[in-house]
Design a protein around this ligand. Sequence first.
Ligand code: UDP
Length: 304
Amino acid sequence: MSKPEKFFDENGLRLDGRRVDEIRPMKIEIGVLSRADGSCYLEWGNNKVLAGVFGPRELHPRRMQRPDTAIVRYRYNMAAFSVEDRIRPGQNRRATEISKVSREAFEPVVLTHLYPGAVIDVFAEILQADAGTRTAAINAATIALADAGIPMKGLISACAVGKVDGKLVLDLSKDEDNYGDADLPVAMTQDGDITLIQMDGNLTQDEFKEAMELVKVGCKQILEIQREALKGKFSQFDTEEIEPKIVAGVSESEVEIDEAVETDDTGTEEEVEDVEEDIVSNDENNEKPDENADYEDVEEGEDK
Ligand code: UDP
């Protein structure tokens, strides 16, 4: 592929018809892998990415366990057939680096302290690459983590911004990535805190500031797409019918129990009283669990 003669038409539109502040179309499918705890298939322009989450599960070998937290492992991998020139299968320097920075992009939001001694494995497989694969993989992995029910402070959204022919553009296409002047992939929390930032090429300080504003706009748009996808998948939990189950099943506040008594749609008043008693007795017996209890019954020498 050779360098295009120009990157913008007379109306200032890019080669694929986008405005400078427009991202490529994104499509998200959730729960596509039956053996994973959470999964997501994501298309973003011509990028095709599959993310799978396994865990939290006990980490082996046990000497690698952390007594106070779960560890997150992230593996970014490009399929040999994902690019124009077939690439050698397996991890290379680039994939190792992307795996590391992507894992770090999630560390601030995943509530790992809830799973001491455990591991959460995240696999991101690039099936078709067309620039922006690390950000596409992060966007897919966030959804897969949510699908796995891993508690997180919020979602992570990622997008690249760059400079082409002296102009800042959001979400670089392949040509813009290959022949542009700068490429700046960014990931951020839904509150706008940056968890990943890398840069290839050169930007002036003013351009950098402007680029950061532009990429925030991109990440916000992606966050909306991610939220819509999750709502689409889990919308059944929005219905009123689910509320009584929460009240009768686990120890929710007394206020909700009172409401359940009033409406009496979760069972008899007696049943609700039983739940109230359970809550009180649970509180009374609120002994601190032994952090290592889960692992004591695992035989020595089981490590793989
Ligand atoms: N690419 C490739 N072969 C490689 C690595 C990358 O053809 O070994 C292509 C691929 O389309 C990728 C693009 O170059 O999306 C940009 O790669 P970069 O390293 O900037 O990462 P990305 O933008 O995909 O996160």
